[in-house]
Design a protein around this ligand. Structure first.
Ligand code: FES
Ligand code: FES
Length: 141
């Protein structure tokens, strides 16, 4: 695979052309916000999901990441991955799924960890705001 400055081409693609950058109003009840930091480097990722309460699925998702190329690519890829997923499905995403897709080297694994932490944190924020959602039937999966 093509490597430039140590980054895999898939990382560069997401880095140069990040998908779904933006933010939702944090106060919206159908929005879950995840804000996480990587202790190793201080990079920060904000990920927000908009959940359709009828289907229990993620209708829309945006991010803002202050971090390295791998962190930006990880969050960009994550937004593509989780769109349309149920919260259960999205909550099961592992950083290694992201790292594998982007061919991240071992020293960049913590960057993809940020993505896993961010989606988990966004989901738990949504459940905090919508405690009843937990009992909603999500069996459409
Ligand atoms: Fe934080 Fe990568 S070390 S930018
Ligand atoms: Fe810190 Fe990538 S080097 S998130």
């Amino acid at each position: 695979p093509t490597q430039r400055r140590g980054y895999h081409e898939k990382v560069l693609d997401h880095y140069n052309n990040p998908r779904n950058v933006g933010s939702f109003k944090k106060g919206d009840m159908d929005v879950g916000t995840g804000l996480v930091g990587a202790p190793a480097c201080g990079d920060v990722m904000k990920l927000q999901i908009r959940v359709n309460k009828d289907t229990g699925r993620i209708d829309d998702v945006v991010f803002k990441t202050f971090g390295c190329g791998s962190a930006i690519a990880s969050s960009s890829y994550l937004t593509e991955l989780v769109r349309g997923m149920s919260l259960d499905e999205a909550g099961k995403i592992k950083n290694t799924d992201v790292a594998k897709e982007l061919c991240l080297p071992p020293v960049k694994l913590h960057c993809s960890m940020l993505a896993e932490d961010a989606i988990k944190s966004a989901i738990s924020d949504y459940y905090t705001k919508n405690p009843k959602a937990k009992t909603t039937d999500l069996s459409g999966t």
